[in-house]
Design a protein around this ligand. Structure first.
Ligand code: PMP
Ligand code: GLU
Length: 395
């Protein structure tokens, strides 16, 4: 049937995070004792005060179409959040609310990229950047990093990757999948390179902003000279345990925000009304309401780093944010484990699924074929059991 479907869809890869999560779910439904460390999704419930706001919104009949770019009260609340947390001065005309940060990213790609425009992706990058850029006619240009440099790019690497066709650079900090957090000095150094190339725009995906153990957070838009060419992407999925509510947003130069609004006016008509009302409460809340959840993620980070260090052959960085561990597993390539040849990270991920009943995601999907991504957004008991199984399967 491939000749019936468009080239666009035939050339699109399936989201590996969602595919692995679906496979793990299927195996569980068949009765297998699978521990899924594949999907990046908090295992907490959405806080009660946000749920109450949603219930109130239903009772108050927020049931009609919303403005395409989001309720003005929500956009104002997002502006106050950007000021409070990031020292960024956006006004409602800079804000577009969308159906998850994923759609925010998709809008930006669709409205900014022409056929052949290059987008620099420090690798590892979040799985969907690559395909969203491709789908929009752009050419992803990967800049590889490794565990030795905490998976961060250097200014020299960025400089080298820039060509006359470079339109944008996309990155996340804290990074999915490496957990790396760029500090102000590092972002300033990147800004110095970009100063020489004033036509390059930046997508800064800050969805893990609050799940950050490094003690500081810096938005690249706050680096002098970069505000007017940065699209700051954020959302409530991760920090407020609201993945299913599907609300993301951008702060961007007004002409880009207007273009994204025009795009989503033809595609979704805007994000869900009830979820938007609830999000007002979420973004207005003091981030200290997240302290317990963030502390739990930090304990789990410490736990999995300790457990991973006990497994010979895994090379790790210390993730400073998000909820992923991204071990380099290349020492297993070329080896035979329990009769199975391991050629690459895909093989190892499938091996761990079949032999250890633990679901992970191959690093290949994130632009680093030497690594595996392990989501530690699950209980300490399950993490301990999962690492025990991984250790046994790899020994
Ligand atoms: N960016 C990154 C780095 C993510 O990990 C995710 C997780 N899905 C998203 C964007 C998309 O977020 P949302 O669920 O709001 O679409
Ligand atoms: N962002 C999460 C992840 O990387 C959720 C899955 C997805 O949206 O692709 O696992």
């Amino acid at each position: 049937m491939n000749n019936v479907l468009s080239n666009r869809i035939n050339n699109l890869s399936t989201s590996q995070t969602l595919a692995m999560a679906a496979l793990a779910r299927e195996l569980k439904a068949q009765g297998k004792d699978i521990i899924s460390l594949s999907l990046g999704e908090p295992d907490f419930n959405t806080p009660d005060f946000i749920k109450e706001a949603a219930k109130k919104a239903i009772d108050e009949n927020y049931s009609t179409y919303t403005p395409v770019d989001g309720y003005v009260e929500l956009k104002e609340a997002i502006c106050r959040k950007f000021k409070r947390d990031n020292n960024l001065e956006y006004t409602p005309g800079n804000i577009v609310v969308s159906t998850g940060a994923k759609q925010s990213l998709y809008n930006v790609a669709q409205v900014m990229l022409n056929e052949g425009d290059e987008v620099i992706l420090p690798a590892p990058y979040w799985v969907s950047y690559y395909e969203i850029i491709k789908l929009s006619g752009g050419v992803p240009v990967e800049v590889p990093t490794s565990v030795e440099t905490d998976f961060k790019i250097t200014p020299e690497q960025l400089e080298k990757a820039i060509t006359p066709k470079t339109k944008m650079m996309w990155f996340s900090s804290p990074c999915n999948p490496s957990g790396s957090v760029y500090n102000r000095e590092e972002l300033t150094a990147i800004g110095k390179v970009l100063d020489k190339h004033p036509n390059i725009y930046i997508v800064s995906d800050e969805i893990y902003e609050h799940i950050n153990f490094s003690g500081t957070f810096c938005s690249i838009a706050s680096i002098p000279g970069l505000f007017d060419r940065t699209i700051t992407v954020n959302g409530v999925a991760k920090a407020f345990a609201m993945t299913g509510w599907r609300i993301g947003y951008i702060g961007a130069p007004e002409f880009i925000a207007k273009a994204c609004t025009k795009m989503q006016g033809q595609v979704t008509s805007g994000a869900n009304s009830i979820a938007q009302r609830a999000t007002i409460t979420a973004v207005e809340a003091d981030p200290s309401v997240l302290n317990n959840m963030v502390a739990a993620f930090k304990n789990r980070r410490d736990l999995v780093v300790g457990l991973a260090k006990e497994i010979p052959g895994l090379k790790i960085n210390i993730p400073e944010g998000a909820f992923y561990l991204f071990p380099d597993v290349s020492s297993f390539f070329g080896k035979t484990l329990r009769g199975k040849m391991i050629n690459n990270a895909d093989d190892l991920s499938m091996y761990l699924l079949s032999e250890a009943n633990v679901a992970t995601v191959t690093g290949d999907a994130f632009g680093n074929p030497n690594c595996l991504r392990i989501s530690y957004a699950t209980s300490e008991d399950l993490l301990t059991e999962a690492f025990k199984r991984i250790k046994e399967a790899l020994s």
